[in-house]
Write a protein that binds this ligand. Structure first.
Ligand SMILES: *[C@@H]1O[C@H](CO)[C@@H](O)[C@H](O)[C@H]1NC(C)=O
Ligand SMILES: *[C@@H]1O[C@H](CO)[C@@H](O)[C@H](O)[C@H]1NC(C)=O
Ligand SMILES: *[C@@H]1O[C@H](CO)[C@@H](O)[C@H](O)[C@H]1NC(C)=O
Ligand SMILES: *[C@@H]1O[C@H](CO)[C@@H](O)[C@H](O)[C@H]1NC(C)=O
Ligand SMILES: *[C@@H]1O[C@H](CO)[C@@H](O)[C@H](O)[C@H]1NC(C)=O
Ligand SMILES: *[C@@H]1O[C@H](CO)[C@@H](O)[C@H](O)[C@H]1NC(C)=O
Ligand SMILES: *[C@@H]1O[C@H](CO)[C@@H](O)[C@H](O)[C@H]1NC(C)=O
Ligand SMILES: *[C@@H]1O[C@H](CO)[C@@H](O)[C@H](O)[C@H]1NC(C)=O
Ligand SMILES: *[C@@H]1O[C@H](CO)[C@@H](O)[C@H](O)[C@H]1NC(C)=O
Ligand SMILES: *[C@@H]1O[C@H](CO)[C@@H](O)[C@H](O)[C@H]1NC(C)=O
Ligand SMILES: *[C@@H]1O[C@H](CO)[C@@H](O)[C@H](O)[C@H]1NC(C)=O
Ligand SMILES: CC(=O)N[C@H]1CO[C@H](CO)[C@@H](O)[C@@H]1O
Length: 530
């Protein structure tokens, strides 16, 4: 810890000096915006190296292949289905009480009891089923699972509960209920209610299914209309009526306004408008989209620290103001393969306001979690939800790293690479203190003409090398996951910050889903490095 503090101080000090130099050049009016084709010792900037040996990469690739299968298998074990191939052992002996299409958050029933269906987790799992399952050889299985999920969603929507009632007079407020028992009865104990991201995520999941399934098979138009009319419509109306009310976010702890919730609201409405044009609510949807965009841009951008904040009004409680939920929001609302819909949502995966959150989480968590001390050269560290977290997976004491958060660290970097390749632009980098690009570049203050504005020419040696280091850094997150799964490849919700062992809810479905999401993003860019 001691050495790291020294390093922080030095980094700050040299950044200060450089600003000073920069300013004096500015005064003389002879700024040179550095354009680089190839890094060499003459450059005033150097690329930081995150080496992975060929052997380690080969090991990692092999492990990823195996872990993909493990993840897929464990996700399926947590979904109740009528498909004869799917093993139902996680539901024994209550399986006859559990509806087909129910996706269980975790099969842990005690310390903690996660044997529930959360609207959020189930939707994110359903997104996985349609994003990757429908294009696999097992189309029939995943199509059935998706339709079962949709059927079950309709039942859940109609259950009145502590969040409210299913009626237009109540603004469909029951839909904000966060979780149900696996037998579809409502959970009546105290909980963080409502959680207004749920209906939006379900809408995104079902609309994504309808779009993806149509690429592979003809959907009966009557079935499609009934899904839109009897299910999607209500989640859309819920969003219209509730987007501007406070609620809880994925961490279920703070009743306020949240970037995550508003981003999924925005994306769900854009999807609905694009897939169901000329619907009777078109005007309200357009109007709400406009208000939402303005609200998001006006409220969640912290321009002083150049980050997006997740939750309004908790600056005193959570001074770091950084939260992995911001990164999850960007990833969910900018899916890997939805480009053909041409839906424009702000805060894409290459937005520096988003990437700076990753940078800050890495800096904080590097110090916070002892398993991140004495890190090797990879640069990546185990990531948790937010630095002030005290939820240990069962109770409150001290927060730990989470599998899904660490996977999101990898995912967003793979997606950044994909975006840099796809955009076919030169890469313009501005090195400012405490921001993302400091993960990869260092100014060399001994060389005159220092300039923190650098342009790397598209596909030049310098550009390629930069992408390679981002790739290595991202793989470093996956190597951390590899280190902490158990000998069967099992993940839980968290891994202990001192010992690194699995902790919290066993076999958390969402952990496996985010591992697969990260690897699928990785698959799309591998070709660039081979
Ligand atoms: C460098 O960038 C600044 C800011 O955009 C611009 O004003 C200046 O003209 C650029 N200089 C050169 C030499 O391109
Ligand atoms: C990474 O590899 C380069 C040569 O490819 C070497 O110069 C550098 O020292 C290595 N960095 C680390 C941190 O091992
Ligand atoms: C379950 O599957 C069996 C065999 O395919 C079928 O006969 C039965 O109707 C299905 N049950 C439901 C509730 O869909
Ligand atoms: C299809 O699903 C079954 C049942 O889960 C599984 O045994 C099989 O390996 C899967 N096949 C593919 C190609 O994914
Ligand atoms: C969904 O529910 C409808 C209506 O009850 C039923 O006809 C259909 O078979 C169900 N689909 C699946 C995949 O279970
Ligand atoms: C429903 O939402 C409207 C705003 O769209 C609000 O004026 C009204 O009070 C809400 N009704 C209830 C019962 O919450
Ligand atoms: C539903 O499941 C919960 C939790 O397992 C149980 O307490 C409750 O009795 C069940 N309700 C019914 C109607 O089976
Ligand atoms: C809503 O906005 C879209 C895109 O801006 C536009 O094409 C459409 O005509 C608008 N619909 C209404 C009812 O204003
Ligand atoms: C950096 O330099 C590029 C290329 O000259 C220029 O387009 C850009 O505006 C500059 N950015 C800043 C922040 O000065
Ligand atoms: C950079 O990588 C791309 C894609 O692999 C390749 O086409 C290009 O030639 C590389 N550039 C250099 C300078 O090696
Ligand atoms: C995770 O799920 C698998 C498959 O159901 C089970 O064998 C294993 O015991 C579970 N792990 C824990 C820690 O409960
Ligand atoms: C407002 C309302 O209908 N609340 C219901 C919520 O769910 C509980 C348990 O099912 C019911 O008892 C309430 O009536």
């Amino acid at each position: 810890m001691f050495t790291t503090n020294i390093c922080h101080f030095c980094a700050f000090f040299s950044a200060f000096l450089l600003n000073f130099t920069f300013a004096s050049i500015l005064n003389e009016g002879n700024i040179v915006n550095l354009t680089i084709n190839k890094f060499d010792e003459q450059n005033s900037i150097s690329l930081l190296k995150y080496n992975i040996s060929n052997r380690d990469r080969k090991d990692l690739n092999n492990w990823i292949e195996k872990e993909l299968q493990v993840s897929n298998e464990y996700i399926l074990l947590n979904i109740r289905t009528n498909h004869s191939l799917n093993n139902q052992l996680n539901f024994h002996p209550f399986q006859n009480d559990i509806n087909f299409g129910v996706s269980v958050a975790s099969n842990s029933r005690f310390e903690p009891n996660y044997f529930f269906q959360w609207i959020r987790d189930s939707s994110i799992t359903s997104l996985y089923l349609s994003s990757f399952g429908l294009s696999s050889k097992n189309f029939t299985l995943y199509n059935l699972l998706s339709l079962e999920y949709i059927n079950n969603s309709k039942l859940l929507q109609r259950i009145n509960n502590k969040s409210g009632t299913f009626s237009s007079f109540a603004n469909w407020s029951n839909l904000g209920e966060p979780k149900f028992y696996c037998n579809n009865t409502s959970f009546d104990l105290e909980w963080g209610r409502p959680q207004n991201d749920g209906p939006a995520l379900r809408l995104i999941a079902i609309l994504t299914y309808l779009t993806k399934a149509e690429l592979h098979t003809a959907i009966d138009p009557d079935l499609k209309h009934s899904i839109l009319d009897e299910i999607c419509q209500f989640d859309m109306k819920f969003v219209l009526k509730n987007w501007n009310l406070p609620s809880f976010d994925p961490w279920e702890e703070v009743y306020s306004f949240h970037f995550f919730n508003n981003m999924v609201h925005l994306y769900s409405l854009r999807l609905y408008q694009s897939l169901v044009p000329n619907n009777p609510d078109s005007n309200s949807i357009n109007e709400t989209i406009h208000y939402l965009e303005t609200f998001i841009k006006n409220n969640y951008v912290d321009s002083k620290h150049k980050i997006i904040i997740e939750t309004l009004g908790i600056r005193k409680m959570r001074q770091s103001q950084v939260d992995i939920a911001v990164i999850i929001a960007s990833l969910i609302t900018h899916p890997l393969d939805f480009l053909q819909l041409d839906i424009d949502i702000p805060f894409d995966v290459d937005d520096l306001l988003i990437l700076n959150v990753l940078y800050r989480l890495i800096q904080d968590m590097k110090l916070l979690y002892p398993i991140n001390w004495n890190k090797n050269v990879s640069g990546a560290v185990a990531l948790g939800r937010y630095p002030e977290d005290i939820y240990d997976g069962i109770d409150v004491s001290e927060g730990n790293p989470w599998f899904l958060a660490t996977c999101q660290g990898a995912n967003i970097l793979y997606r950044l690479i994909k975006s840099l390749i796809d955009k076919k632009h030169n890469l313009n980098i501005v090195l400012e203190e405490n921001t993302f690009w400091n993960l990869f570049f260092q100014l060399n203050s001994s060389i005159p003409n220092n300039n923190n504005n650098i342009t790397l020419i598209y596909k030049s040696d310098a550009f390629n090398n930069t992408l390679k280091q981002i790739f290595n850094f991202a793989d470093g997150f996956i190597q951390i996951v590899q280190t902490h799964v158990n000998s069967c490849g099992e993940m839980s919700e968290q891994f202990n910050k001192y010992t690194g062992y699995l902790t919290g809810a066993a076999n958390l479905t969402w952990s496996y889903v985010e591992f697969v999401n990260a690897v699928k993003a990785r698959d799309t860019i591998l070709h660039y490095f081979i």
